[in-house]
Design a protein around this ligand. Structure first.
Ligand code: AMP
Ligand code: MG
Length: 281
């Protein structure tokens, strides 16, 4: 079974996050379960494959005008590892072909528009690999948990998101949605680490403790979002994320397999090579 098959939320199925072990290592043989060294070495190999496919995607768009692009959507509870995943997985690729966007609390300008306005503007351009650090899903997660909008509003958003993603897919965007799934204990550990290390204070937000108190509400909101918005064209994957090395290996593998499906090749020369060699002398 491929890693995608092991981690995918089947479209139409009902997700219960509580049934997925955040400390698990699906897709790895038992002997690798604690093998961080192996995981890190594999990540290096995956990184080279990602960079190679990214270059072919970039080159094809540049030469042929193809609109193909890839979008990795990352969602997680606080301390779930979104930033680390960007660094370790996206960090293997050429910055020139990457479009990385983080979504925070909407600005007044963004609030004046539909919730998908800022998302649409942030989509990767042709040939780019985009990464969303948080996404349109915040509008059915934090917006629901904190009652920022009425229930009927966030409920209607699942369908709007599905339609939006289907339209993007039809326009050449290959969408890979990953939820990094950590346990409540792991979040505690990581928050404590931030508070114990002055070089990590900048990552800490006193609000994180308030959000932590709403853990159950968030897990329910995540379960519903994953259930409602895992579609054939843009499925959700849940990656157990208590082990950072497994998380990075799994996200990189999902991205590698997703990009491999695109059969990316280098564009052929749009000039006569022999003629150009002769001209070069
Ligand atoms: P961070 O990722 O740590 O920089 O935090 C970003 C914050 O912005 C988180 O608390 C998110 O819940 C919040 N945020 C992101 N998108 C939205 C949204 N659409 N509505 C309200 N808050 C949001
Ligand atoms: Mg934060």
């Amino acid at each position: 079974m491929s890693l995608r098959d092991a981690l995918r939320i089947d479209p139409g199925s009902k997700v219960d996050l509580a049934s997925i072990d955040p400390d698990g290592t699906p897709g790895l043989p038992r002997r690798r379960r604690a093998d961080k060294r192996w995981g890190r070495a594999e990540l290096d190999v995956l990184g080279l494959q990602l960079a190679s496919m990214q270059e072919r995607l970039f080159a094809t768009a540049k030469v042929t005008g193809s609109r193909r692009r890839v979008l990795l959507v990352l969602q997680a509870m606080d301390c779930g590892g979104k930033d680390g995943t960007v660094r370790k997985v996206a960090g293997t690729m050429n910055p020139q072909g990457l479009t990385i966007v983080g979504f925070g609390k909407p600005t007044p300008e963004e609030l004046a528009h539909d919730f998908l306005w800022r998302i649409t503007r942030a989509l990767p351009g042709p040939g780019q690999v985009g990464v969303f650090n948080r996404s349109q899903y915040e509008d059915v997660l934090v917006a629901r948990v904190h009652k920022l909008v009425p229930k009927r509003t966030w409920q209607a958003r699942y369908r709007k998101i599905n339609e939006f993603e289907a339209a993007q897919a039809a326009d050449g965007v290959t969408i890979l949605k990953v939820m990094l799934h950590i346990s409540r204990d792991e979040q505690h550990k990581r928050l404590a680490e931030r508070l114990a290390d002055p070089t990590k204070y900048w990552k800490y937000n006193p609000q994180d403790i308030d959000e932590r108190a709403l853990w159950g509400d968030y897990q329910a909101a995540y379960s519903d979002a994953l259930s409602a918005c895992s579609t054939a064209v843009a499925p959700w994957y849940v990656v157990p994320a208590d082990r950072k090395w497994y998380r990075d290996w799994a996200v990189a593998t999902l991205l590698r397999d997703t990009m491999a499906d695109l059969d990316l090749t280098y564009p052929p020369a749009e000039f006569d090579v022999a003629t150009e060699l002769a001209r070069l002398g």
